[in-house]
Design a protein around this ligand. Structure first.
Ligand SMILES: Cc1cc2nc3c(=O)[nH]c(=O)nc-3n(C[C@H](O)[C@H](O)[C@H](O)COP(=O)(O)OP(=O)(O)OC[C@H]3O[C@@H](n4cnc5c(N)ncnc54)[C@H](O)[C@@H]3O)c2cc1C
Length: 413
């Protein structure tokens, strides 16, 4: 039932994160027509945490190949409306200088995520967007042609259109707790299975704990029953529970769906640039040169030295044995070990430690030309709430900017 005290807006945006702020800027043409409701004390709390506080705002090489879950066609259409070049221009027009780092990653020149959030906040003020902070939306329904939004403090609003940008479930400490999924589901949307992604992996093997904090470079692959699910080269960080580091984070989302029913292994190749035979030849040469030293000391120039004793113990080779006393069989085992350290994955770390959510509102139910729901007219969805997730490197924020912008301009029409 409508209540005559309810305030009316043209568009209410629920969630003032990356996608919600961008949607607000794109949707506002007259004072007070657009309202953003944000549960946190300030807008863009998660954006402040991105890129280790530096905000990897986009990537020069954004294209559909960096995204998974949704169909590539869907992603491509949405990205094309407001691509990385337009995003860079957009921030530059707000007075934010940008710079490019390795692999096309774009950051604010200040190295401060705050620069991005402040620029968006000021633009929202300039566009006269109303903002309510520290007040989560608790109920969202549609009656006849109007949406009713009830906040925690019992204030109620009516709106012709809603843009739902409540994010996913990853890193709830920054605000997103998955509230939007329940509303979308009540409206008849299908939510695909949710998994933490860009997240560390826990292993059944306990030895990483002994070298926690140590980072190495490796080619990492994830397998189920010998089948390679995905591979990635980069940093591997040993932790008290298992494995982290950029290469591991990138693969975890691929492993997560299989963990309940399959045995999932992680393989580390510490020398991807060497064939097994070449590597063995190098080790044999080192043993010839340093035969009088312990095997652990003789190998200390190949990988970080504190890794070697654990590695040798795992191979059941005494690290204090003289290098000259290592048998050919043992030497081949070492070469094999360097090329293929196998750890069994027990689970992915929880959502709290994830950077993004895999899964979400099924994109088949959303129009990629407008971001409007195909089920509920007037309902628009953008950002991480949708079943789209991407590689790390600025691609997830680009998704939030592109989809938020498109939802905003479409809702304004
Ligand atoms: C530690 C970390 C580092 C990251 N680094 C990067 C990076 O460098 N580059 C990159 O591209 N991506 C990065 N990401 C991912 C990126 O931050 C997200 O993909 C992006 O913020 C998603 O935007 P969004 O607007 O959909 O959701 P969010 O930015 O999460 O915004 C959702 C907002 O909705 C609000 N909200 C939720 N429920 C309610 C409610 N009931 N009522 C009112 N408001 C509500 C939340 O408080 C939140 O502010 C990182 C993520 C994390 C956690």
């Amino acid at each position: 039932m409508y209540n005559h005290k309810m305030k009316k807006c043209d568009i209410i945006i629920i969630g003032g994160g990356a996608a919600g702020m961008m949607a607000g800027i794109s949707a506002s043409r007259k004072e007070g027509a657009v309202l953003i409701v944000e549960k946190n004390l300030k807008l863009g709390r998660k954006v402040l945490a991105t890129g280790n506080g530096r905000c990897n705002v986009t990537n020069r090489y954004v294209d559909k190949s960096h995204y998974c879950d949704a169909s590539p066609d869907f992603v491509e259409k949405v990205l094309s409306h407001f691509d990385q070049h337009k995003v860079m221009k957009f921030f530059e027009n707000l007075g934010v200088l940008l710079k490019e780092e390795d692999n096309g990653r774009i950051f604010p020149r200040t190295n401060q995520a705050e620069t991005i959030v402040n620029a968006l906040t000021e633009e929202l003020a300039a566009k006269k967007v109303q903002i309510i902070l520290s007040n989560p939306v608790r109920h969202l329904i549609k009656e006849k042609n109007l949406f009713q939004v009830k906040l925690q403090n019992s204030e109620e609003f009516l709106a012709d259109k809603i843009i739902l940008t409540t994010g996913g479930k990853a890193s709830e400490q920054y605000g997103a707790t998955g509230d939007g999924y329940a509303w979308a589901e009540n409206f008849g949307h299908h939510i695909t299975t949710l998994y933490p992604a860009l997240v560390p992996l826990e292993t059944n093997d306990r030895w990483p704990k002994a070298i926690q904090g140590l980072k190495i470079e490796a080619r990492v692959s994830v397998t189920i029953s010998e089948r390679v699910l995905a591979e990635k080269s980069g940093d591997v960080l040993f932790t008290h529970y298992g494995l982290s580091g950029l290469a591991v984070l990138a693969l975890a989302g691929k492993a997560a769906p299989f963990l309940t029913k399959h045995k999932v292994n992680v393989h580390l190749d510490l020398f991807p640039e060497e064939t097994y035979e070449n590597l063995d030849r190098k080790i044999a040469k080192i043993f010839d040169l340093k035969g009088k030293k312990s095997v652990k000391n003789s190998l200390a120039g190949m990988t970080p030295s504190n890794f070697i004793p654990i590695f040798l113990n795992n191979l059941l080779i005494n690290p204090d044995k003289k290098a000259a006393e290592i048998s050919k069989k043992e030497r081949l085992k070492i070469a094999d070990g360097f090329k293929n350290i196998v750890l069994s994955v027990s689970r992915v770390r929880p959502f709290k430690e994830a950077q993004v959510t895999a899964g979400g509102v099924d994109t088949k139910e959303v129009n990629p030309e407008t971001m409007e729901s195909k089920i509920v007219p007037g309902l628009y969805l953008a950002g991480e709430i949708l079943d789209v997730n991407a590689d790390s490197g600025g691609y997830n924020l680009q998704w939030a900017w592109s989809s938020g912008h498109l939802a905003g301009v479409s809702a304004l029409k």
